[in-house]
Design a protein around this ligand. Structure first.
Ligand code: 5AD
Ligand code: SF4
Length: 467
């Protein structure tokens, strides 16, 4: 275990449970809460834990933020846009608080963990009652207790962000699918990325804790688990416990019907993992493998530690081992100094690999990262032209791939009814593509075979037997 990592003893969590009970008994406590979540699946899962703590304190979920006694913003800061969105929302709440001065407003998540943010909230956002970072979110009951008890604002961001906490309460947002964190933090320091600064060093949970969580979820009827980590391929390298492929095998042995994971770093995608992907029957045939750029010079500047050739070799091995696998990726364009030719190399890479889909981003300078100080800023017009070209190219590739699936019968985990009609169901196939079909709502939460008949935009349409 890295020396910066702090394992929170179970007794600290017991202390927090005591605080939660005390809050429950306070006459001035809030009765309803609403959490607004920005950003990635990690944040979505943190919000499930935050909801668990709120409910331990006797609160129930309010459907809208306007009607809640307590509103908590779980923020993201991966790009400037994410940060602007979160701040815009928080400031909007200032107006609502004029009518409802008793409403409590809190901020947490990655944005709070940035240097200087706590001081900024203290000074510039006096309507924020409490704030905490990613490393000390387990202390929410204590902070709320102090706030209610003393009436003083609780703006508490721990300097130590690399904590590992087991046993937080949780309220799951989905009856059929569940997130499980297997590791936290990132050691990669890609030159553009703020994550290692706000989420701390890599630390893996013990395999026995992960397995116990998966088994209890399965007993509750969960059909699919998504293993979460910034770089799941290096799971266990800090603890020497199990390797990631070994963990996948143990989860299959535990009888989990469907397993997914994200995110994988191409440099750490081992042959052992490729073998496991081909062998493991529970693993969905989908891999998210962010490539970021198709130019070797840009990849080097990004500190990604692989070349386009290495990446293509992994893709080829993966497809040889599991021909039906669907690949998705992340791309950043307009990285400082990216020439037209280098951008063309990224376009060419998309054509070569043919991803099912790609998340495309314009480079956003993040204070404190190495890339923020690089020369060669790309103007906005060029950046939006480039991202537009990437999006259009990817759309046509996605369309071709979706069409090639027509006629196949795919296993779909039914997630719910579509917005348009209660007889229209929607779910995801193993490749993680949305599939819509007619069926009875009683199928929600089940895995059913759907024969694909047609395509929509980014979706498939199909039929099930008997409909
Ligand atoms: N600018 C643009 N995109 C970024 N990403 C991470 N940091 C930045 C940044 N500073 C993208 C990467 C990553 C995804 C989660 O967000 O593509 O894989
Ligand atoms: Fe950021 Fe790179 Fe870590 Fe992903 S691998 S979280 S892009 S530093």
């Amino acid at each position: 275990m890295h020396k910066d990592v702090v394992i929170i003893p179970r007794s600290d969590l017991e202390t927090q449970k005591d605080y939660a009970l005390q809050v429950r008994a306070m006459p001035n406590r809030p009765h309803t809460y609403h959490i607004v979540t920005f950003g990635c699946q990690m944040n979505a899962h943190d919000s499930e834990n935050l909801a668990g703590m709120m409910e331990d304190m006797g609160m129930t979920a309010a459907l809208t933020r306007e009607e809640a006694d307590l509103v908590l913003f779980n923020t993201c800061c991966i790009r400037a846009g994410a940060e602007r969105k979160a701040l815009g929302n928080i400031i909007w709440l200032k107006e609502i608080k004029k009518d409802r001065p008793d409403m409590l407003v809190g901020i947490c998540g990655c944005m709070m963990q940035q240097e200087g943010m706590a001081a900024k909230v203290l000074k510039d956002y006096p309507f924020v009652d409490f704030a905490f970072g990613t490393g000390n979110m387990y202390c929410l009951p204590e902070y709320l207790h102090r706030l209610l008890d003393t009436g003083t604002r609780q703006i508490r961001v721990a300097l130590e962000e690399s904590t590992l906490v087991e046993g937080l309460p949780v309220v799951r947002s989905d009856a059929a699918k569940a997130y499980i964190n297997i590791m936290y933090g990132c050691n990669n320091f890609c030159s553009y990325c703020i994550v290692p600064y706000v989420r701390g060093r890599e630390r893996s949970r013990a395999a026995r804790d992960i397995l116990a969580e998966a088994e209890s979820l399965q007993a509750e009827g969960i059909r699919e688990i998504m293993l979460l980590g910034q770089n799941v391929n290096s799971y266990g390298s800090d603890t020497g416990d199990m390797s990631f492929p070994q963990l996948l095998r143990a989860l299959e042995d535990a009888g989990i019907p469907r397993i997914r994971f994200m995110t994988s770093h191409p440099k750490d995608l081992s042959d052992e993992l490729i073998v496991e992907i081909a062998r493991n029957k529970a693993l969905c045939p989908h891999l998210h493998l962010p490539v970021q750029s198709g130019s070797n010079r840009i990849l080097k500047e990004m500190n990604r530690r692989y070349t386009v050739e290495h990446y293509l070799e992994k893709v080829q091995k993966l497809r040889a081992a599991k021909p039906d696998i669907g690949l998705t990726t992340d791309i950043i364009t307009a990285f400082p100094g990216e020439t037209e030719e280098e951008f063309g190399e990224t376009m060419a890479l998309l054509e070569t690999v043919r991803f099912d889909s790609a998340f495309t981003f314009i480079f956003s300078p993040r204070e404190g990262t190495r890339a923020a100080g690089l020369p060669g800023h790309i103007d906005e017009v060029t950046a939006s032209r480039r991202i537009g070209r990437l999006i259009r190219l990817q759309e046509s590739i996605t369309e071709d791939i979706l069409k090639s699936l027509v006629g196949q019968t795919l296993d779909v985990l039914v997630e719910g009814v579509s917005r348009r009609s209660s007889r229209q169901l929607t779910g995801k196939c193993g490749r993680s593509i949305s599939v819509n079909f007619r069926g009875d709502a009683s199928l929600i939460g089940r895995i059913v075979p759907v024969t694909i008949t047609d395509t929509g935009s980014n979706t498939l349409r199909g039929t099930i037997e008997g409909e």
